[in-house]
Structures are given as structure tokens and as C-alpha cells.
Ligand binder design. Structure first.
Ligand SMILES: Cc1ncc(COP(=O)(O)O)c(C=O)c1O
Length: 400
């Protein structure tokens, strides 16, 4: 028998973040206390009104398939949110609700990418973007945004990456993994470069509410040109701690939303009816509802910055302005060893060393296109941030 898998999967990697999270959990399962800084989700609970709405949906028999693009009441609430928070005028018909922002981005790529089309991705990037582009038959074109520029690309870099084959550009501010936040003016410069091109833009705004320095701006709100070419993506995972509920949404030009709905209708259909009722309650929460979480994240970020600044000169970093990740440069330790001959040659070795000797789970930067760094989540308890960071400092000091 020769049962084959599709060539579509050739060159597609397992998500580095999920892989490290699994390794850290495996060690915990053996009874080892692991300081797990790999999490891509808040440690805060889902707020009570959201839980109650979900329970109400179940007891109220809200069990049936919903429309493919989401319930009208939720799309209306999302359209109101866009106007209030982002000054974006999307009608409910311009909105699609999906099983996570991840599905929206995937649907988008399947809808617009033809074989060989290029999709520009500023790096360091969220691990899934390049692999999703490959699955859609496209070619990821990454641009390296240097730490010296806050891990943000310049208009000149974007211009240099555009070709006749460019089909789309994926922007993510605040960024996973760097925490970089583009100012309105910086985004406006990028928008200007795209004028006159046929490039779509995905603006992945899933960390919108998690901003500690500076101000969040929606790419589509920059100009009518930006509005016409942009798919604005957001979701409930990060702001409302609803990662497991699987609910995201996107809004954009009618032609694009219709194509995405066509794909969704032939694959997963509408998102969970229960999660959609819960999401409606989430959008009705008062503005300050998630502020305690944001303040807790800010304090943890500041504490990490303090610990690594005093880290014996082994580290450097750009202080994250948003999201909940600390992107720590550890390359000064590369070339050093432990146990006499175990060489640390890159971020995979470093993440492995820290997990197995210091029992700290981190994610190697390699999967994000930055082998000089580790990604540390501060969406974990204060104690884990404190002890995990200190253990990293001590473990790196021990390398010879
Ligand atoms: C940048 C970015 N976009 C999208 C997602 C996916 O979010 P969702 O849970 O809504 O699929 C994540 C999750 O880690 C993310 O970091």
C-alpha cells in the first residue's frame, strides 16, 4: 500500500509555539514544576456576563446552525464596535464571523492567493503567516524589521519588496512576537507606498486592546485607499480571554467578504452558535472591563524589563509596547556550552537548554524569523514572570 499525503503539506512546519507549549506541558506531567512562558493566551478568566450569555444560549436552545457569516445580531454589534473604537464604517454585510481570527486569515489567503502569488510578511512575524501562505499555494516574502527600528518595517523596505506578483501584505500591530506597535503616522507612510498597487492588506488587530505605550490605529482608517484594500481582522481570544471558544471576525470589501463566506460555507459553515451569543455579551461589556488585565500585563512587562536589564549584560530587548510577549535577544550567549560539550548555537538550543535545565518554557525565535531571540509570554502569573525570568538570567550566566 502506498497511502499518500498531499504535496500541499510539503514545507509546511508545525507551529513552533504549540510545539514548545506541548514540550513544557509534557515535562509538567512528569511532576516537574515548569515555569511556562510559552502561553499565547491570557491567564485571566472569561468575565461572568460572557459565561452567563453562553449558558443562556444553551438553556435557551440556541443550538442550530447559524448563517455562514455569523448571526445578524453579532455582525450588527461588531459593526457598531468598528465605528466606536476604530472610526470604521463597516455595514453588518461587510462583516464575517469565523472560528477564530486564524480562520479569517486562512480564508482570506485561500480567497485571494493563486499559485505563485507573493504575500509580503514583515518579520519577526507570527509563526502561522508564512505557512498559511504556503498552504494557499503562495510564496511568503518576508521583510526583516530590525530591532534598531523597533522591529517595524520602513516604507522603503515595503517598496523594495513589492513586485508584479505581490497579492497581499500582512500587517500585525500590536505584534506577536515583538510587541511592536505602529503609530498612525508610521502606518500612513506604509499606506502611501501601497497606493497605485493591486495589493490587498490584512490588518491583524487581534491585540488591539493590549497597548501599553503609544496609541492603536486601524490600518483601514488611514485613508479611503487603505479602506478599500484592507481586510480588518480581530477576535475575542486575546481581549476577552476566549481562546478556546474559537471566535474571530473580519470586515472588508464586499467582494472579498463574499469570497471568504463562500469558502467558509464549503468548509466549516458558521461559527459556534453558543460562542456567538457569548461574544455578543462580550461586546456589550463596559469599556473598562478588561482594564485590570491590561494593567496587570503592563506591570509584568515592566518587571521583565527590570530583570533582564540587570541580567549581567547577557541580554538586549526592545520594550514591547503592546500584546503580551517579551522578545528577548539572547545571541550574546550563542557559541557558549553547558555540560562541557553541549553547544548553544541558536534559539532552538537555547529554548531546549532553558526547559531542560532551568525548567522554564520559552519559544525559540527561529519560528518567528528571528533566531537571535526567545519569545516570553507575560500573560502568565506574576510569580511565573518573576521566577521564570530570574531562572533564565541564572541559567544563561552559567553557560561557559
Ligand atoms: C497575531 C495573531 N493573529 C491571530 C491569532 C489567532 O487568534 P484566534 O484565536 O482568534 O484564532 C493569534 C493567536 O495567537 C495571533 O497571535
Amino acid at each position: 500500500m502506498n497511502l499518500k499525503l498531499s504535496t500541499r503539506l510539503d514545507g509546511v512546519a508545525e507551529s513552533a509555539t504549540l510545539k514548545m507549549n506541548a514540550a513544557a506541558r509534557e515535562l509538567s506531567a512528569k511532576g516537574v514544576k515548569v515555569y511556562n512562558l510559552t502561553a499565547g493566551e491570557p491567564d485571566f478568566p472569561v468575565l461572568a456576563p460572557v459565561k452567563e450569555a453562553a449558558i443562556g444560549a444553551i438553556t435557551g436552545d440556541f443550538n442550530k446552525y447559524t448563517p455562514v457569516n455569523g448571526t445578524l445580531e453579532l455582525r450588527k454589534a461588531i459593526s457598531k464596535k468598528f465605528l466606536k473604537d476604530n472610526a470604521l464604517e463597516y455595514a453588518p454585510e461587510d462583516v464575517i464571523v469565523s472560528a477564530g481570527a486564524k480562520q479569517d486569515i486562512f480564508n482570506f489567503l485561500l480567497a485571494v492567493v493563486s499559485p505563485g502569488d507573493e504575500v509580503i510578511i514583515p518579520g519577526p512575524y507570527w509563526v502561522s503567516y508564512p505557512d498559511m501562505v504556503k498552504l494557499a499555494g503562495g510564496v511568503p516574502v518576508t521583510i526583516d524589521a530590525p530591532a534598531s527600528h523597533g522591529y517595524k518595517i520602513t516604507p522603503e523596505q515595503l517598496k523594495g519588496a513589492l513586485t508584479k506578483r505581490t497579492r497581499a501584505v500582512i500587517l500585525n500591530s500590536p505584534s506577536n512576537p515583538t510587541g511592536g506597535v505602529y503609530s498612525r503616522a508610521e502606518q500612513a507612510q506604509l499606506a502611501k507606498v501601497l497606493e497605485g498597487t493591486d495589493a490587498w492588506v490584512v490588518s491583524d488587530e487581534i491585540y488591539e486592546k493590549l497597548v501599553y505605550d503609544g496609541e492603536f490605529a486601524s490600518f483601514a482608517s488611514l485613508s479611503s485607499d487603505a479602506f478599500a484594500r484592507t481586510l480588518t481582522v480581530n477576535g475575542f481570544s486575546k481581549t476577552y480571554s476566549m481562546t478556546g471558544w474559537r471566535l474571530g471576525y473580519a470586515a472588508g470589501p464586499k467582494k472579498l467578504i463574499a469570497a471568504m463566506a463562500l469558502l467558509q460555507g464549503q468548509s466549516t459553515s458558521g461559527a459556534s452558535s453558543i460562542a456567538q451569543k457569548a461574544a455578543l455579551a462580550a461586546l456589550e461589556l463596559p469599556d473598562g472591563a478588561f482594564r485590570p488585565m491590561v494593567e496587570a500585563f503592563r506591570k509584568r512587562r515592566d518587571r521583565m524589563a527590570e530583570i533582564f536589564s540587570q541580567g549581567g549584560g547577557n541580554f538586549s530587548f526592545v520594550r514591547p509596547a503592546g500584546a503580551f510577549y517579551f522578545f528577548l535577544n539572547v545571541e550574546r550567549a550563542y557559541g557558549k556550552s553547558y555540560n562541557h560539550d553541549q553547544l548553544i548555537a541558536g534559539s532552538d538550543d537555547m529554548a531546549f537548554y532553558l526547559l531542560n535545565t532551568a525548567h522554564v518554557g520559552t519559544v525559540a525565535g527561529k519560528g518567528f524569523g528571528a533566531d537571535d531571540c526567545l519569545r516570553l509570554s507575560f500573560a502568565v502569573s506574576d510569580a511565573e514572570v518573576e521566577e521564570g525570568s530570574k531562572r533564565i538570567v541564572e541559567a544563561v550566566e552559567k553557560l561557559k
